[in-house]
Design a protein around this ligand. Structure first.
Ligand SMILES: *Cc1c(COP(=O)(O)O)cnc(C)c1O
Ligand code: SF4
Length: 314
């Protein structure tokens, strides 16, 4: 069996090493801000010698990140204001989002939670808070990446959630099936599917090149286990801001039986301004997708507005 935790420890953290592997030793990078972190299996999907590779661009620290730009702030979506108890966010009716960890297997340069300093309450405190509110029917495990936690930890946690009678669904927001697909092992599949809770997983893919055979296998095993798998993406300048990339993404997702769910406009987080696509360009791309793709392959294009009761459609 492949040891995902070993592979995570072996992930690349040194830009010099990364650029050597990609035969791009002359490319400029920054040593400031969020550190570089990328698993080797994800690097294998990058094109050697291409400084504009859409996977490389998602993880390489650049000088442009240190620019201070008005409106690009630390907590652009108002996460901290939505905390019920530390570590538990409620913005939307019936759903709570549990920040289980701030750790990830990859550091995405545009991550809207990269500066947020969450503290987490004791599990018992969060469970009691969910238990006390019968209007909550869905618990979303998020972070960071919740699947970075060990199987036995997740197993106990999910069993505790399943004991709360008003919870119907368990949702997992994770990028691990994409960036470290060996994480999807049989122990994890069992713990996600053994309770009465209906499991839903929302993965995060921004470009079709992220989906290789290893990802395909991981997703296949999730679906075979009975988990509904949806995808969310971020519209990113230089990565997927053209109709070819977006329609390939939807087509490739569906070829592995994943439905495109959300296409988010970039959250205005400090350091990510160079990734922004304007609202008018975004609307033009959405129109093109509607023309070219079957309706079920057109994701909902949304912007998260702090304080709104749902993610705002464009
Ligand atoms: C995005 C989000 C959700 C989930 O919203 P859906 O529209 O149901 O996908 C829930 N809670 C928080 C805090 C969120 O940011
Ligand atoms: S995996 Fe998700 S939470 Fe982690 S850095 Fe990337 S976007 Fe942020």
């Amino acid at each position: 069996m492949i040891d995902w935790q070993y592979n995570l420890r072996q992930a690349i953290r040194d830009p010099v090493h990364l650029l050597e592997l990609l035969e791009l030793s002359n490319l400029e990078y920054s040593t400031q801000g969020l550190s570089l972190l990328v698993p080797k299996g994800y690097v294998k999907r990058m094109r050697k010698g291409d400084p504009n590779d859409p996977l490389l661009r998602q993880i390489l620290p650049l000088q442009a990140e240190s620019q201070q730009i008005a409106k690009f702030i630390h907590d652009p979506v108002g996460d901290l204001a939505a905390e019920q108890v530390p570590g538990l966010l409620q913005k939307y009716q019936g759903r709570v989002l549990w920040i289980l960890t701030t750790a990830c297997a990859i550091h995405c340069r545009y991550c809207f939670r990269q500066h947020t300093k969450f503290s987490t309450s004791q599990q018992q405190t969060i469970l009691a808070s969910i238990n006390a509110d019968p209007s909550i029917t869905e618990v979303i495990l998020s972070g960071g990446d919740p699947l970075i936690l060990p199987d036995n930890y997740l197993n106990k946690l999910i069993n505790s959630i399943a004991k709360i009678p008003h919870i119907k669904r368990l949702r997992i927001h994770t990028r691990l099936p994409i960036v470290l697909p060996e994480r999807i092992n049989s122990a994890l599949l069992t713990c996600l599917t053994q309770t009465r809770l209906q499991p839903v997983m929302v993965v995060h893919v921004n470009h079709a090149n992220e989906i290789d055979d290893s990802v395909k296998q991981a997703i296949q095993s999730l679906i075979t286990a009975g988990i509904t798998v949806l995808n969310q993406s971020v519209l990113l300048r230089g990565i997927n801001d053209n109709i070819t990339a977006l329609s390939n993404l939807s087509e490739t997702l569906f070829s592995v039986k994943v439905l495109p769910y959300y296409l988010h406009l970039l959250d205005r987080v400090q350091g990510a301004a160079h990734f922004e696509v304007s609202e008018s360009e975004a609307i033009e791309l959405l129109e093109q997708m509607r023309i070219q793709l079957p309706g079920y392959l057109v994701p909902k294009m949304v912007r998260e507005v702090a304080g709104m009761a749902y993610k705002k459609p464009l």
